[in-house]
Each structure stands twice: as C-alpha cells, then as structure tokens.
Design a protein around this ligand. Structure first.
Ligand code: SF4
Length: 405
C-alpha cells in the first residue's frame, strides 16, 4: 500500500529537515484506590489486600529494564498517575522516588507531577514529594459540594479539598491543578458555579473540567440502565460547559485544550506531549506507551503485570507499529484537542503529503459547517466544534474520510 511504503521516505525526510527528536515523557501508573467512585472506569483496583510493596519494587525494576547500558533515561516530564498514587505509604513513596532518581534524568525545569486525592494530602507526604523534585500537584477534587461528592462516590469532603490546596500553597507549591466534573446526577448550574468560584478564589492556576461520561461496568452505567440515574439535560450540560469556559477566560485561565484551562505558563507540559504525539514511556500495570512509532500496552491485572518482571522481562502484552495512516489520524484526533489546533504545514512536513491529498474536501466541509475555524495555515475547533469534538475527529478517520469523497 503506497502510504505504508512511504514510511522510510518519511523518516528520511524528517532527518533531512534536521528535525530534532524531542525527549520522551514518562508516565508511572499506581493503580490502587481506597474506594471505587461510581463513575470510574479507569485502570484501577481496590487497594485492600493488594501486594503494594511488590508492585512498587516491580515498577522500579520495569523502569530499569528500559535503561540502555545502565545510562540514565533523559525525559522531558514525569507523571505519577492512577488510580490514586497518594495511597502509597511514605516508605513506598521513598522507594519509588529513589528508583526514579536513579533511573531518570529530568530536563531542566522539567515538570514532575503527582496525582493526589485531597484526603491523602499531609505535611509529611508533601515534604517527601517536594524533596524528591515533584513540582506539580494534581488534585482529584471533582466538586466542592459535599452532597454531590457523596452521590458520585468520592471519599473526601469539600473541606478536605480546600485544606489540601491551602497546605500545598503553604508549603510553597505553585503549580497546582484540580479536576472538576460537570453533568453529574442531579447537579444544577448553581453547584457548578459555586465549585468554579471556590477554585478560583483559592487562586489555583490550572483546572481540568470533564463532563460525566457513562462507561460500561460502572455503578452509574448500571443505574442508568435501570432508569435510576437522574442526569442533567443536554441543554443544561452545554450551559455548564459554556459557563466554565467563560468564567475561566474571565479569570485569566485560558482554554488550551478541550478539558483544560490554565494561567499562562501553567499548561500541563506532560499532557501537551500526548496531544503533540511525542514519545512517552508508560510504566505500571495496564500502562500504555508510545516509543519510536510503536504503541505498547502492559498487562493490566496486577499478578499478570508482576509475573514477567519476576523473570526480568518487560510486562508488555501488546506492541504495534503504527501505520502512517494511523499516525495521520492520531495527528488530528489528538492535535485538534488543543485549542490552538494543528498546522497544515507541519502535517505536510511530518507526512510528506498535503492534508487535502489525504483528506480531500474534509477541512472545507468542516469549516463550511462551522465546526472548524482557519487562521493562516492552522485549523482548530470553532466554538461550536468544541461541543462536538468527537464528530469532528471522526471525519479524520481515513475510512470515513474516503467514503465521504
Ligand atoms: S476516580 Fe480516581 S479515586 Fe475514584 S475510583 Fe477512579 S481512579 Fe480511583
């Protein structure tokens, strides 16, 4: 197939252009949670009874297996996510951080994030993390409304979230992000407004705001099937999203990705590398990585993850070389999530084809229907397109694009 044969050509062209390969990012997964939230389909397990010590040791071993000749791995950012990383004990964190220090070399001013649940934030834990170089903290707050927190199965209260933010600030942490959710069962606009205002009053520089998505195998999914989940109407959901976008802009948190808002300079460097399709390592049970045009996926169940590592083997269950078609699709799927969109020139430089050759008529159709906007050689989601992102992305699946020719 002509596009697949084109791979070597593409690589040579990148080299000829002197395209400097950027450092990869590294994601480290802690899959344990103290309780399971009703909406969550993330890659996680209930903490009790899990071999957490073994897991931490295995993680460090896995990271070592990626070192070449014992050399430190240079990375642009580190991100410990979950699950709930903050359920690790101080000793477990110490061991993990020691491993990370030994194995990685984080570029100057590189971002090092840890996700935390508010009820786990203590003075001692923050001291340990900050001493280890963590410079960004992401708190799973979801809402500052206690009733709502209970309704969605969160284990913390709004007071605990406020206390966690204040403690972080007292300890000198500047780069703090909180997650908020909207379109939750029985949530009204007032509750959304209150949570946004409390977050802004706390002077938090970065917000992620997600609408509830009903995923299979969650408590909410089952309740919905039984007709017992009173969700806000679609119109109200749009109103909530619009309110969040407007308030964030007014407060100087610019909307830089569909679900993310930040004061200038506080954008998540780690997440930007996903949307830019830069390489990243994924360590831990069920983690995904992208290295050198290959996506890989680790074993998910904890015991399946631990077993190969006992024999000093990488716990990769699946690895796939991306075809150039898949890379082109990802370019749009991921790149259009950023409000700055994608560059038509960059696409041509990366793949050796003009967008119009690969997706004839698609950009024009989306611009004409008001879902995409164009500025110079960049295309990005319009205001309307932001609400219908998935419809826009689907147009860049090549099969779909070809069938609409
Ligand atoms: S939302 Fe976070 S804390 Fe809740 S179950 Fe999912 S991973 Fe665990």
């Amino acid at each position: 197939m002509f596009l697949a044969d084109h791979r070597l050509d593409q690589l040579l062209r990148q080299e000829a252009h002197g395209k400097v390969k950027r450092l990869p990012a590294a994601y480290i997964h802690i899959p344990f949670c103290e309780h399971i939230c009703y909406y969550c389909d993330f890659n996680k397990v209930f903490l009790e009874g899990q071999p957490v010590d073994d897991y931490v040791d295995a993680l460090v071993k896995e990271m070592r297996l990626y070192q070449e000749n014992g050399q430190k791995i240079s990375v642009s950012s580190l991100y410990i996510g979950g699950g709930t990383p903050s359920v690790l004990s101080l000793q477990q964190f110490e061991r993990l951080m020691e491993g990370i220090r030994d194995i990685f070399s984080l570029k100057d001013n590189g971002e090092f994030t840890v996700e935390m649940n508010p009820n786990n934030v203590t003075d001692d834990l923050l001291s340990l993390l900050m001493d280890a170089g963590v410079n960004r903290f992401s708190l799973g707050v979801q809402s500052f409304d206690d009733q709502l927190l209970k309704r969605i199965g969160r284990a913390h209260t709004s007071q605990e979230a406020i206390r966690a933010v204040k403690l972080l600030q007292k300890k000198g942490a500047e780069n703090i992000s909180i997650d908020l959710m909207f379109a939750l069962p029985q949530q009204d606009l007032r509750q959304v407004k209150d949570s946004v205002q409390i977050g802004l009053d706390l002077d938090i520089p970065h917000f992620s705001a997600y609408s509830l998505i009903l995923e299979k195998k969650t408590v909410f999914y089952n309740l919905q099937r039984l007709g017992k989940l009173p969700l806000p109407s679609e119109d109200l959901e749009v109103e909530m999203f619009s309110y969040i976008m407007e308030e964030m802009e007014k407060a100087g948190r610019h909307h830089y990705e569909i679900s993310n808002y930040s004061r200038p300079g506080f954008e998540s460097q780690h997440n930007l590398s996903y949307w830019d399709r830069r390489d990243y390592y994924g360590f831990g049970a069920g983690a995904h990585g992208l290295l050198n045009h290959h996506r890989y996926h680790n074993h998910g169940p904890i015991q399946h993850y631990l077993a190969p590592l006992k024999e000093n083997k990488k716990p990769v269950i699946h690895e796939k070389a991306l075809t150039i078609e898949e890379e082109m699709e990802e370019y749009f799927f991921l790149g259009l999530r950023r409000m700055s969109g994608v560059s038509l020139t960059d696409f041509q430089q990366q793949f050796g084809y003009a967008v119009e050759e690969i997706y004839p008529g698609v950009v024009k159709k989306l611009v004409d229907s008001g879902l995409l906007a164009v500025e110079g050689e960049r295309i990005f989601l319009s205001q309307e397109g932001i609400f219908l992102g998935n419809n826009v992305f689907a147009q860049f699946l090549r099969e779909h694009a070809n069938s609409s020719e």
